[in-house]
Write a protein that binds this ligand. Structure first.
Ligand SMILES: Cc1cc2nc3c(=O)[nH]c(=O)nc-3n(C[C@H](O)[C@H](O)[C@H](O)COP(=O)(O)O)c2cc1C
Ligand code: SF4
Length: 505
């Protein structure tokens, strides 16, 4: 086989095992895998966690910035650590967070407290706060329904993807099951990196069996024999929990082989096609769609891809039916795991009906601290909203006219007195750092927006922002993936709701 055609899928794991992208490691991995050195280097150098120099990674996500990431960074540097910035470590409930050289996470400068999850209610589909709510054998229940019966139950449940895009699950399952290619795969997206979001971490720690049960049902339903779980490399505790669950798993998997794959510190690999590229051992650069993963996904085969929360609801739907899942929803079917952090008494993950308001969520989280200034409704890509909208349901239909969306339900409450232009700058810098750089509107646009904001913050001159609408338009129209199209949202929302924070621009 020509070296250029060698299987690359082992390259990234081999680099990680050897300690990252050093000259010697690139040569050794090339010999081990048969992949050319240039290709090994090209793939590995994309990923922050494959940097061979040991470093502490301080989270600079919005919740951590609000909670004093800057001071944490200075104290770690004073203690002699090499410090680099991390986009979001999914510990917004323990902000400010840092990942030490040995990949343990420290929250608030100390050891991480267990995440807060509520309530404990066995009628909830996931019920993070209690003991395992699904008894019996969900795969047997699914088989009893038959494939079409299960697809009907999914449709009746109204389940939409919980990873951010909100695509109807039943449509994807039917599409994969109907492909001509007999080889199909399941891929679970556990790369949770959207700032403000930390629910998948809690599911993996507390309900790894539920995820595996969902995979077993999905594999049977779409005819897959292999499943991959792509887990972000910053979640070593979740890795251990999943590995133990996979080793313990029995008939609930129905014979499907489950492989765990580590991410290496690139937020963009949460985008589904970038994730597939990464499993295949390449740089995490999104593919042009169509074809969609349901048609041509992992290694070109039809692939059912789901977020951790989405797949974890499937056992409940198989056992109790679509209507039971849909029933608690207020404005949309079902429940969601709401992540809330920032200026609230008890940041955490709360499973509540779809369509609750921010006011209700704050109440469940023990109340607000002070008089909040604003909130992020669903993650960095969903912009900011004034507190006057705290009584609006956090659902797609209600948030769309406001220029927002529920995204991955990463709600951040900004304390009173927060300067929205500074908050927008935090989000813009995140997208600039995490852009994969393959398309010009996003690569240059994320940089131009952050630079314009820096000029404004330095000079106070609103003329610095003269071109931001044109730049944002180019990004929204011309970017390949959702990062580029969503990156202007934080700035757009500040322009819309707080023009005075931008010099009346
Ligand atoms: C920039 C970007 C980052 C994303 N990050 C994640 C992520 O961390 N986890 C996730 O499940 N989906 C993420 N998504 C959405 C995925 O592309 C995909 O829609 C999702 O995994 C499908 O699963 P679902 O239908 O169950 O939501 C991201 C999308 C974009 C554009
Ligand atoms: S929009 Fe940005 S992140 Fe997405 S493919 Fe283009 S450059 Fe990469």
């Amino acid at each position: 086989m020509l070296p250029k055609q060698a299987d690359r899928s082992a390259v990234l794991a081999a680099l990680a095992r050897r300690g990252g992208v050093s000259r010697d490691n690139v040569v050794a991995v090339s010999r081990e895998t048969g992949v050319p050195e240039a290709t090994v280097y090209g793939a590995g150098s994309f990923y922050g966690l494959l940097d061979p120099e040991p470093a502490v990674r301080v989270c600079v996500g919005l919740s951590c910035e609000l909670a004093g990431a800057g001071a944490l960074r200075r104290s770690l540097e004073a203690a002699g650590h090499r410090v680099v910035e991390a986009g979001c470590l999914a510990r917004c409930d323990g902000a400010p967070a840092a990942m030490m050289e040995d990949r343990t996470i420290r929250c608030g400068g100390g050891a991480p407290a267990p995440g807060r999850v509520l309530p404990d209610d066995p009628t909830l589909p996931i019920n993070l706060g209690g003991v395992d709510a699904v008894d019996g054998d969900p795969l047997a229940a699914a088989r009893a329904l038959g494939r079409e019966g299960l697809f009907d139950a999914l449709q009746a449940s109204g389940l939409r993807g919980r990873g951010g895009a909100g695509f109807p699950a039943a449509t994807k399952w039917r599409s994969v099951a109907s492909q001509d290619d007999p080889v199909r795969y399941i891929v679970i997206n556990a790369d949770e990196g959207e700032p403000g979001t930390f629910k998948d971490r809690e599911i993996l720690l507390r309900r790894p069996h539920r995820v595996l049960q969902g995979i077993g049902i999905a594999a049977w339903a779409v005819g897959a024999e292999q499943a991959w779980i792509y887990l972000r490399g910053e979640m070593m505790d979740a890795w251990a929990a999943l590995e133990a669950a996979i080793n313990e798993a029995g008939p609930e998997l129905g014979g499907v082989e489950v492989r765990l794959v580590a991410g290496h510190g690139a937020y963009i690999c949460g985008e589904e096609t970038a994730l597939l590229e990464s499993i295949e051992g390449k740089r995490g650069m999104p593919r042009l769609k169509p074809p969609f993963p349901t048609q041509s996904g992992l290694f070109g085969r039809p692939t059912l891809m789901h977020n951790v929360e989405t797949i974890a609801t499937v056992p409940f739907i198989a056992q109790r039916g679509g209507a039971s899942f849909a029933r608690p929803g207020l404005t949309e079917p079902g429940t969601r795991l709401y992540c809330i952090s920032g200026a609230v008494v008890s940041p955490g993950v709360y499973e509540l009906p779809c369509g609750v308001t921010l006011n209700r969520l704050i109440e469940v989280a023990g109340g607000a601290i002070g008089a909040p200034e604003a909130f992020v409704p669903g993650g960095a890509a969903t912009g900011f909203l004034p507190m006057t909208y705290a009584d609006v349901p956090l659902d797609h239909a209600s948030l769309r006219p406001l220029g927002a969306s529920p995204g991955s339900m990463g709600v951040v409450v900004l304390p009173g007195g927060t300067d929205l232009s500074v908050a927008a700058r935090v989000q813009l810098a995140f997208f600039e750092d995490e852009s994969c750089g393959q398309c010009a509107p996003c690569r240059l646009g994320t940089q131009a927006l952050r630079q314009a904001m820096d000029r404004f913050l330095t000079t106070g001159d609103a003329a610095s922002l003269a071109h931001v609408d044109a730049v944002a338009w180019e990004m929204e129209e011309g970017s390949i993936c959702g990062l580029g199209t969503a990156a202007p949202a934080p700035l757009r929302s500040v322009l819309r709701y707080w023009p005075e924070a931008l010099g009346g621009r």
